[in-house]
Design a protein around this ligand. Sequence first.
Ligand SMILES: CC(C)(COP(=O)(O)OP(=O)(O)OC[C@H]1O[C@@H](n2cnc3c(N)ncnc32)[C@H](O)[C@@H]1OP(=O)(O)O)[C@@H](O)C(=O)NCCC(=O)NCCS
Length: 283
Amino acid sequence: MQEEKGSIMAANVKIEDIAAAFRYVGAVPGDLVLYHGSMKSIGYVEGGPQTVADGVLESVSPGGTIAIPTLWYTGKLPGRSREVDFSIETSPSWNGAMAEAVRLDPRSIRSNHWTHSVSAIGPRAAELTASHGKGRMYPSPWSDTAFAEISPWSHLYEWNALYAFIGVDMSSCTMKHWIESRYVSRILDLLPDERRQEYRDMLRHDRQTVGICFGIEGPKMQHYLESLDLIRKTKLGKAEVIAIRTRPMVDNMLKALTAAPEKWFPADFLAWREKVLLETRAK
Ligand SMILES: CC(C)(COP(=O)(O)OP(=O)(O)OC[C@H]1O[C@@H](n2cnc3c(N)ncnc32)[C@H](O)[C@@H]1OP(=O)(O)O)[C@@H](O)C(=O)NCCC(=O)NCCS
């Protein structure tokens, strides 16, 4: 674990405090940084969530890009029930004021995906958000395009982005679902083509609450990555800021899930996995 040296404890948090905290946890000029966060966790931020965006942007300047999930579909909010109801221009995100600040910023570009869109500002924003959902699909409980081969989530991995949390833990980690999608697809790939869909259908899909859940726990994942000394931490106002590079996050988690799935997944998913392996061995 890194020492909490660059701690910022001032009552009113300013743009330079945000930039300093993000630099401390690893942001460098030209970087790509995605963040999740809670405004209230920080205390009073001068200028509100827009200042958070500007501060994170400052930490990667010159030449850097910032990104935040601007998730629309929840399964619970009225009027957010179908892909066709999503408007890239007007559909609000549910995941907090920081996300809305970036989505509404005239400099930002949003990816066109109704469950897992990302909004970004900076020179790589267009490339990051383009063609969300194209290429090979991967399983998720919401849609199999959310974490597709071509998606901001895949680019975050390919570009080894800095992935940060302000006052929230890895319960909020959307990248966790990308990891789950890759793990599950590796198992499905063991099956012959004609058997794959049947097994895919047994797992949670199409934003239904039925079907086998293949989620892992965010805090447990955080604890594990902390034990590998991969997470940097500091304070921003009253909040803890934590950050990790996306490649070590993903690579270490996929390794851990593969080595000991029983430590991570629910029992019904493990039974599903056993069934696939049995069928594969029987061939
Ligand atoms: C849910 C969540 C957003 C709630 O956090 P929050 O701090 O209560 O709410 P927001 O970040 O939306 O900020 C709004 C709050 O900031 C406060 N606020 C307004 N201006 C502010 C300022 N200048 N400085 C600090 N706080 C301010 C508002 O009063 C508001 O609180 P209220 O609702 O009690 O009035 C947060 O806990 C969380 O989970 N964030 C991550 C979500 C995510 O990315 N999930 C991904 C899922 S895969």
